[in-house]
Design a protein around this ligand. Structure first.
Ligand code: HEC
Ligand code: HEC
Length: 339
């Protein structure tokens, strides 16, 4: 009570004015927590040595037979975690069948790959090393290479405790690194977190259209995608420029033909070209095409502009990567093999 007396009338009025605003502020915040999209959370690194090893392996071209291709070749962290090619270039300039998805925020996905054939990041990380069209090595050769590089044993020991290098440990470490590849801090997330000033009228209108047109039926959750498998060409068939058949490859069910994992739309302005066949280079065209093939609607030029303005607010803070210094080869390290 004694302290109350110290407050002058204008100060009290301001205090009550502010208190009466509280429910409004609270309501705005609670409205945003009810949005179909949630903010990306930043990732606390709990096992720094494991993550550092994973980063080193992610940039390690000697995991490929040619000694030329690393994970980062096709998931370039300087270009949004993808390669900006319609489909990736692998061993002996093999042109792959499908567009490389971003590794950013991929820990949010319900499964990995366009058809979801890997259950998680650890499972996925073994695939490309032994894929003849990608890194073209074998798990045995990759482990032999790492064992022959004297600098790796201490890094594995530091991450896992003393013990042999195995492909399982390689996969675990790479997955632990990939889990840190999240992009919080986007303009849209600032708005979701309750700030009222961060979205322009056009961007906000774009988000309202994104919801009203039904895009959030498939592109939702923190990653604005990655949460379900959906048919590409749900309303109107889509003639893809890729032989990939979608989830039928995993389930063998005819109903899963042309069903793909809904891609994340986080950082989508950085990862052209779009769709599993990489056939579309502009976001405007991708948005219109979604309208026609997934929703059976024509989205006007003006509406498309707004939706694209919204999509660009999904670009977050890119992972702050300090390039690892790779340990030098030993005398027994297998030499690059281009064949
Ligand atoms: C030659 C290019 C190439 C290389 C090298 C490569 N990838 Fe990929 N990656 C791809 C392509 C293409 C796909 C999609 C394949 C599919 O879905 O069938 C993919 C898919 C993925 C996915 C799934 C993402 C998602 O949203 O489904 C992850 C994660 C990934 N790669 C991580 C890695 C890691 C880790 C390495 C290194 C061990 C690696 N990649 C090496 C091209 C490559
Ligand atoms: C019925 C589910 C569904 C709806 C509704 C939907 N999408 Fe998609 N979206 C997908 C699927 C599945 C893909 C991947 C298709 C492929 O690559 O073959 C995709 C891909 C995209 C891509 C390309 C992303 C990339 O990295 O390749 C963009 C952009 C996109 N959608 C935006 C939208 C917008 C904007 C809307 C609303 C107008 C929308 N989507 C509605 C399922 C949907």
């Amino acid at each position: 009570m004694r302290q109350m007396k110290l407050l002058t009338f204008p100060a009290l009025a301001m205090l009550f004015g502010f208190l009466s605003l509280l429910p409004v502020i609270a309501e705005a915040a609670s409205k945003r927590s009810a949005e179909p999209i949630q903010p990306i959370a930043s990732k606390k690194v709990t096992a720094p040595k494991l993550v550092e090893l994973g980063k080193t392996l992610f940039f390690e071209p000697r995991l490929s037979k040619s000694g030329a291709i690393s994970c980062n070749s096709c998931h370039n962290l300087a270009t949004g975690g993808a390669d900006n090619l319609p489909s990736s270039i692998g061993h002996k300039w093999n042109i792959g069948p499908i567009n490389s998805p971003t590794v950013l925020n991929s820990s949010y996905s319900l499964a990995q790959f366009w058809d979801g054939r890997a259950k998680d990041l650890e499972d996925q990380a073994g695939g490309p090393i032994a894929n003849p069209g990608e890194m073209a090595s074998t798990h045995d050769l990759a482990v032999q290479v790492l064992k022959s590089i004297p600098g790796y044993q201490p890094l594995f020991d530091g991450a896992f405790g003393k013990g042999e290098i195995t492909i399982g440990k390689v996969q675990k470490a790479i997955a632990a690194f990939e889990e840190t590849l999240v992009t919080p801090g986007s303009k849209f997330d600032a708005w979701l977190n309750g700030s009222s000033k961060t979205l322009s009228t056009e961007e906000l209108a774009g988000y309202e259209l994104f919801k009203a047109k039904g895009c959030t039926g498939c592109h939702n959750g923190p990653a604005v995608g990655g949460a379900s498998f959906q048919k590409m060409g749900l309303v109107k068939p889509y003639a893809a420029k890729s032989p990939a058949e979608g989830r039928i490859a995993v389930t063998k069910l005819e109903a899963d033909r042309n069903v793909f994992k809904v891609p994340t739309l986080r950082n989508v302005e950085l990862t052209a070209p779009y769709f599993h066949d990489g056939a579309v280079w502009s976001l405007e065209e991708a948005v219109k095409l979604m309208g026609v093939h997934q929703l059976g609607i024509e989205i006007s030029e003006a509406e498309t502009g707004k939706i694209v303005a919204f999509l660009k607010t999904l670009t977050g803070k890119q992972p702050d990567i300090k390039l690892p210094v790779l340990p030098p080869s030993g005398k027994d390290t297998p030499r690059p093999d281009f064949q």
